[in-house]
Design a protein around this ligand. Structure first.
Ligand SMILES: Nc1nc2c(c(=O)[nH]1)N[C@H]1C(S)=C(S)[C@@H](COP(=O)(O)O)O[C@H]1N2
Ligand SMILES: [Mo]
Length: 202
C-alpha cells in the first residue's frame, strides 16, 4: 500500500515505499557516531570561518553568526552504517545565506568542511547551496547537544550523514575535490545514499 505524505521545503513527495534508500533500516532513536572524543567548544571561543584555500574570506563569532538569517529544515538522514532516521528537525543558517553575508557570488566547485575534532569531509559546493544544506545550531528547537555536534554542525541531509560535519568551524572552498577524513580511508567521494555510494568504487 502506498501512503502519500506531504513534505515541506524542497524535498519531493514520496511514498513510504520509496522513502528508505537501498540497504538502509529505519531507526527512531538518534545514534551518536564520532571518530574520536567529543571536543568541548566554549561559545566564547567558537568561530566560524569561510576560506578559499588558505585564505580567510569571512569569519563570525558565535553572536555574529546567530544574527545571520535563520532557517528551519526537516529532513530524513541516512548513515552509511545503515541506519536512517526520518523527519530530523534542524534550525540554523543556510549555506546560501552564509555565502550571501560574505558577499560571495560564486565559490569554487568543491568544499571541505572542518570540525573542531580535526575531522574533515568534502562536498561539492553545489550540494551545499540552493537550499540543500545548513550550519545548524538547534535540533528539535534546542541547542544541538555536544555529542551530536553542538554548538554547530553542517547538515547535508541528501548525502550520507558522514558528510554532515559536527563541531564545524570552517567551510573551505577548494579548486579540486579533496578527500576528507573518511574519504581518505576508503569512503566514497560523493556519498549519495540513493545510489549506495558507501565506499570508493561503489
Ligand atoms: N566533526 C565530525 N563530524 C562528524 C563525525 C565525526 O566523527 N566528527 N562523524 C560523522 C559520521 S560518520 C556520522 S554518521 C554523523 C553522525 O552524527 P550523529 O552523531 O549526530 O548521529 O556525523 C558525521 N560528522
Ligand atoms: Mo557515519
Amino acid at each position: 500500500m502506498a501512503v502519500t505524505r506531504g513534505f515541506t521545503g524542497k524535498q519531493r513527495e514520496q511514498t513510504e515505499a520509496d522513502r528508505l534508500p537501498p540497504g538502509q533500516a529505519l531507526t527512531s532513536d538518534f545514534p551518536v557516531l564520532s571518530a574520536g572524543p567529543t571536543p568541548q567548544v566554549k561559545l566564547e571561543n567558537w568561530m566560524f570561518t569561510l576560506k578559499h584555500g588558505p585564505q580567510i574570506i569571512a569569519r563570525w563569532t558565535w553572536s555574529e553568526f546567530n544574527q545571520l538569517p535563520q532557517s528551519k529544515m526537516t529532513r530524513d538522514i541516512h548513515c552509511v552504517t545503515t541506519w536512517s532516521k526520518y523527519n530530523t528537525a534542524w534550525q540554523g543558517v543556510m549555506v546560501d545565506d552564509i555565502l550571501a553575508a560574505a558577499g560571495i557570488d560564486e565559490a569554487t566547485a568543491f568544499t571541505l568542511a572542518h570540525g573542531y575534532d580535526d575531522y574533515s569531509t568534502n562536498v561539492p559546493t553545489a550540494d551545499l547551496t540552493g537550499g540543500k544544506a545548513m550550519v545548524a545550531t538547534l535540533y528539535e528547537g534546542k541547542p544541538i547537544t555536544p555529542d551530536h555536534g553542538g554548538p554547530a554542525r553542517l547538515v547535508v541531509p541528501h548525502l550520507y550523514f558522514w558528510k554532515s560535519a559536527k563541531w564545524i568551524h570552517t567551510l573551505q572552498f577548494t579548486d579540486r575535490d579533496t578527500a576528507g577524513f573518511w574519504e581518505e580511508r576508503g569512503y566514497h567521494m560523493y556519498g549519495d545514499p540513493w545510489r549506495e555510494q558507501r565506499y570508493s568504487g561503489d
